[in-house]
Write a new protein. Structure first.
Length: 170
């Protein structure tokens, strides 16, 4: 299948922010209306927003936070689509976008999960969200330190990717 056909088949996902994606981001990021530094020391506000323009001392409204989240999910989702070379299902898109929202598009696109997905190894790609090839936690560290909460998130994203009806919740 040509890259043009893949893009056309995934076109329906461009700009997608499903209820499942928004709910997943909100659940795992939480909501904080006042800016703070996350565990890696990154300025953060709302539902995990780390982009430009964060104003310390400002209290953000729920509407501002929702707008930022939707904008970021669209941007990260489009980033995921930029490096995926085969058709995807909505649950795969949601899981990969949620992961990219947390680790960054560049990290996602360079991940073994993205590479294996592009090779047609969907189950392995989903597994690599939460575990490395040896079965150790993957993408569950910040600043070199393991965080159980990040691993729980990766298990959730893995379940979402696999299409599990009852995604993992810690």
């Amino acid at each position: 299948m040509s890259l043009k056909n893949v893009i056309l088949q995934n076109k329906w996902l461009i700009g997608a922010t499903s209820a499942a994606l928004i709910a997943g981001a909100t659940y795992w990021e939480g909501v904080r209306y006042v800016p703070y530094y996350d565990v890696a020391g990154v300025p953060t506000v709302c539902m995990g927003y780390t982009g430009p323009g964060i104003t310390f001392g400002k209290r953000y409204s729920h509407e501002e936070c929702t707008k930022l989240l939707k904008q970021e999910l669209i941007e990260h989702g489009n980033g995921v689509l930029s490096c995926i070379t085969r058709p995807m299902k909505e649950n795969e898109y949601n899981a990969f976008t949620l992961m990219a929202y947390n680790i960054g598009v560049q990290a996602f696109c360079g991940s073994q999960a993205a590479k294996q997905f592009n090779l047609g190894n969907t189950k392995l790609a989903c597994d690599l969200i939460a575990f490395d090839y040896k079965g150790y936690p993957n993408w569950s560290y910040a600043g070199g330190k393991f965080y159980k909460g990040l691993h729980n998130r990766r298990l959730y994203e893995r379940s979402m990717c696999l299409g599990d009806a009852n995604v993992y919740k810690s």
